[in-house]
Design a binder for this molecule. Structure first.
Ligand code: PAF
Length: 287
């Protein structure tokens, strides 16, 4: 595995791989890698077995543009030594770890990418500017790496839909590969932010997924009223945890438009604060 901070050698290596006929796959991350990230690398590596030669680029960049002024940019966990080892073991070919100066030479980006309406509600309602920051940095990464395909974890479901919309609207020739949320054995969605949780919060956090599963089984057993399902989930989280619910919402899975009576495929998404730690999770249910 090669590792670089700089765009020029990154591009040179990618060009070489492309000349050798390899398919370039990007796995963008903010680091502090967990199996949710590594599973995407392993999945990409499997394509080699189908005789398609893959060149995997992983980026690690804690993007200041997507954090609000009172969010955890400064304390976001970072451990490049550990991340490099894990990335190499998982089969990454090129690790791109730019500095803020390399990504934003003027200290900021005067050009930003806005995807309208998709960021309304859910996380977008509570993190103003977040998806603009995500769409901008992902566009930059796409333009730097020019990948044939890019992986995005489905835990950040709204992020995936925002990027999907951006790729469609801007005719970007990139295949997006959504990757299912990877969970701890007790159901908690893997996240770098889980490392902030106290012992007691960590014990309570799996209730989020159990509440989502309860919502999904209510739908399976015939309940179609969105508000009834939403209330059940809110009740369970409120009774069984000390978490402060930011939102629980049910939306259409393809475009996140609102839904009152459930039909088609929907996503139940939530965000809950455990002390200073904000956790998100979701479940997709087809009716
Ligand atoms: O999901 C993430 O880790 C980030 O939002 C991403 C896609 C790497 C952009 O900074």
């Amino acid at each position: 595995m090669k590792i670089t901070e700089y765009i020029t050698p990154l591009k040179e290596n990618i060009d070489k791989a492309r000349e050798e006929g390899k398919t370039v796959v990007l796995v963008p991350t903010m680091g502090f890698l967990h199996y949710g990230h590594l599973a995407m690398v392993e999945d990409a590596r499997k394509k080699d077995e189908n005789h398609e030669e893959i060149y995997i680029v992983m980026s690690i960049f804690v993007n200041p543009l997507q954090f609000g002024p009172n969010e955890d940019f400064n304390k976001y966990p970072r451990n490049l030594e550990r991340d490099s080892r894990l990335a190499q073991e998982a089969g990454v070919d090129m690790l791109f770890v730019p500095s803020i100066e390399e990504m934003y030479p003027n200290g900021k980006s005067l050009t930003t990418v806005n995807v309208f309406t998709v960021p309304d509600g859910l996380c977008g309602a509570f993190r103003p500017g977040h998806f603009q920051g995500v769409a901008t940095v992902v566009s930059k990464l796409f333009n730097i790496v020019w990948p044939d395909a890019a992986y995005f974890g489905q835990k950040d479901y709204q992020q995936f839909i925002v990027i999907k919309q951006m790729v469609t609207d801007l005719n970007l020739p990139i295949t997006l590969i959504p990757y299912p949320t990877v969970r701890e054995p007790d159901g908690l969605a893997m996240s770098s932010r889980n490392s902030y949780l106290s012992k007691e919060q960590r014990e309570q956090a799996p209730v989020l997924y159990r509440a989502l599963q309860e919502g999904a089984s209510l739908i399976d057993s015939g309940e179609k009223r969105m508000e009834v399902i939403r209330e059940k989930i809110i009740q369970r989280i409120s009774f069984q945890t000390d978490g402060k619910i930011e939102y629980v919402e049910i939306r259409r899975a393809d475009d996140l438009s609102p839904v009152e009576i459930i039909n088609g495929t929907i996503v139940i998404a939530l965000a809950v604060h455990f002390g200073g730690t904000r956790l998100i999770d979701n479940i997709i249910v087809g009716v």
